[in-house]
Design a protein around this ligand. Structure first.
Ligand SMILES: NC(=O)c1ccc[n+]([C@@H]2O[C@H](COP(=O)([O-])OP(=O)(O)OC[C@H]3O[C@@H](n4cnc5c(N)ncnc54)[C@H](O)[C@@H]3O)[C@@H](O)[C@H]2O)c1
Length: 345
């Protein structure tokens, strides 16, 4: 397939780009290169004849039309987004513009292209979303694809809006879409403002490791390369008009996740052990969702997909990767907002 991947210079998008090229797909990476992007993430495939890069903004409809006409993709995987909840609290506007208006533009560009091509049946618009659209769970229960939407942050509200648009473009115009809602990803190339890399790098530098609130917030942790694998499977075999929840089958409280990372740091940097002495509880995020949990039955039963690594294995690989790839993350520490406490408004 020839796949247009938006947001392919970001964390998850780049994992999809690398895997798609490795599997012999032709990839066009469309990315505007915001603060969260890094073309180093795709350096391993950038010289491949299967790879092309287009710097463009999904808010720019004319650019999208040009790129679709130039590359004539069989499918679009839409990952470009503003993705950091704390930034959405400080500045929700960018989230509305990119995640809502940008998705609308991309849908319209895709619809125009697909219609002009005679509405090919095999075309797919795959929208990548988050479990955060479902809101917050109590002590029990899991999100299924039928769980009502209940977003509670500007980020999750903007993603929920984009999901609704994608479904509407399918119902109204017949655009062949598939959607996925996944849990928290972690792994190599994760921008150093998100929890897992923040913990690793603060532990490495002997700095306080910030844990929001009482650390009791529960997330389901999904290794990014497992996620990329699930996304390509849904693209190829998912039923049109359907959404699939993707989880790692790894529920953990934030504090336990942080302690696991510290244990890996103790193993790899024993001189500075114990790293968990650096844990420091800080003011909670406003509106912090308490618990997310994914029921992965649909993707497991329909498509036979399961995560390949446990959170222990995935965290071990991730910590090792950060220790071995300091040239990747050091320049990113100078980017705007990195290392600061954001989103306390
Ligand atoms: N990270 C997670 O745990 C997680 C979980 C569930 C869902 N998601 C979703 O997966 C997708 C990718 O997430 P991520 O963590 O890789 O994000 P990221 O912030 O690492 O990367 C986003 C990429 O999109 C690009 N981008 C942003 N605005 C753009 C615009 N207007 N036009 C073109 N490109 C633009 C950025 O330059 C960046 O390369 C997002 O849609 C996100 O909502 C992420």
């Amino acid at each position: 397939m020839k796949i247009l991947i938006t947001g392919g210079a970001g964390f998850i998008g780049s994992a999809v780009v690398r895997l798609a090229v490795a599997r012999g797909h032709s990839v066009v990476n469309l990315d505007s290169l915001t603060y969260a992007a890094n073309l180093e993430n795709v350096a391993s495939v950038s010289q491949s004849p299967l790879y092309a890069f287009e710097q463009a903004d999904i808010r720019d409809r004319a650019a999208l039309d040009r790129i679709l006409a130039r590359h004539r993709p069989d499918a679009i995987m839409h990952l470009a987004a503003e993705s950091h909840v704390d930034r959405s609290i400080d500045g929700p506007g960018a989230f509305i513009e990119t995640n809502v208006t940008g998705t609308y533009n991309l849908l319209e560009a895709a619809r125009a292209w697909w219609s002009a091509e005679g509405r090919p049946e095999r075309f797919r618009f795959h929208h990548i979303s988050t479990d955060e659209v479902f809101g917050s769970l109590g002590e029990t229960g899991q999100f299924t694809e039928a769980t009502p939407y209940d977003p509670r942050s500007p980020y999750s509200a903007s993603k929920a809006a984009s999901d609704h648009l994608v479904r509407a473009w399918h119902e109204t115009y017949g655009l062949p879409v598939v959607l996925t809602n996944c849990s928290n990803n972690y792994g190599p190339f994760h921008f150093p403002e998100k929890l897992v890399p923040v913990v690793i790098l603060n532990a490495l530098h002997g700095r306080p490791i910030p844990v929001y609130g009482d650390g009791g917030n529960v997330r389901d942790w999904l290794y990014v390369e497992d996620h990329a694998d699930a996304l390509l499977l849904v693209l190829e075999r998912g039923r049109i008009g359907r959404s699939y929840n993707i989880g790692g089958e790894n529920e953990a409280r934030n504090i336990d996740l942080v302690r696991s990372i510290c244990a890996h740091m103790d193993r790899l940097r024993p001189d500075a052990a114990p790293h968990d002495r650096l844990i420091s509880f800080v003011a909670d995020r406003p509106g912090h969702d308490r618990r997310y949990a994914i029921d992965p039955s649909r993707i497991r039963d329909e498509l036979g997909w399961r995560p390949s690594v446990t959170v222990e294995e995935g965290l071990g690989r991730t910590v090792e990767w950060y220790l071995e790839n300091q040239d990747w993350w050091r320049p990113l520490l100078a980017r705007q907002g990195v290392g600061e406490r954001l989103g306390t408004a």
